[in-house]
Design a protein around this ligand. Sequence first.
Ligand code: SF4
Ligand code: SF4
Length: 180
Amino acid sequence: MFELFKEIRKAGDATIGYPFQPLEMPAGFRGKPEHKERLCIACGACAIACPANAITMDLDDEQEYITWDISYGRCIFCGRCQEVCPLYAIVLTTEFELAVRDKADLRESCAYPVARCSCCGKPYAAAKEVDYARRVLESVGGPAAADADAVSLCLACRRRDDALAFQRQARVASEEGGAR
Ligand code: SF4
Ligand code: SF4
């Protein structure tokens, strides 16, 4: 009998201590996505890329806030959100114990104020995203910096302005051509 105990001790533990001891997950393990509200600019890239529609973004009824929402109940831990996020604002962690008593606890959300078009006044993007675009353009400098003010326009007003500028240039070019 003692010989058998000795053999068992020599062989060591064949099982792991979890759940009585913490379980260390390997590098690259895809667990619960962690959203960093402060870093997020509400650009929507993660919501577009999420194949399970676990991340959704919506404009509220008063059109003042864009809500970013994740349902861990829908998440398939594919990591697409992490891949596409330009600001590392969503990262998959090694956390895997996601059981909850109330299904509502599987959701997390936050709200970002919207920016309104400086021309038509319609909401068109999250204010944080617009600020980010402006700062990037200004930091690039040169002709790009001149476009920084244009980020305060919605797509429709920007297109209209571009079309008018193009028409003006074409008219000046044709007048110059006729004068020669
Ligand atoms: S890990 Fe995949 S399924 Fe989960 S929120 Fe990110 S993109 Fe969606
Ligand atoms: S991709 Fe990143 S920055 Fe954009 S909404 Fe998702 S978490 Fe926020």
